[in-house]
Design a protein. Sequence first.
Length: 104
Amino acid sequence: MGKLLYVMDSQQKPSGSQLVTLSDLEEFRLKLMMDIKLMIEGHLNKPAKRWLKSHEVRKMLNISAGTLMTLRNSGKIPCTKIGGLIYYDANEIDHVLTNRKKAS
């Protein structure tokens, strides 16, 4: 069984004599949890994107470009065209999806 290595920072080179202790693992766990918490908090503080492009809507709904065009042309999904780009209001798409739920 090989030795476990623990590197304190990115500049330190691991050597064969470094072993991981339980306190090292606990310290690493705490640092990792704090980093994850900071990343989540930073991501949650971002405002939700209001205007979506076609590729984002297709990905969100898992539909093809043709299906999106059909939904757009039939008026089932409202959109705004500016220049050559088509934008969709995320709130409108959510509203359409919510109102189209089938009762099970």
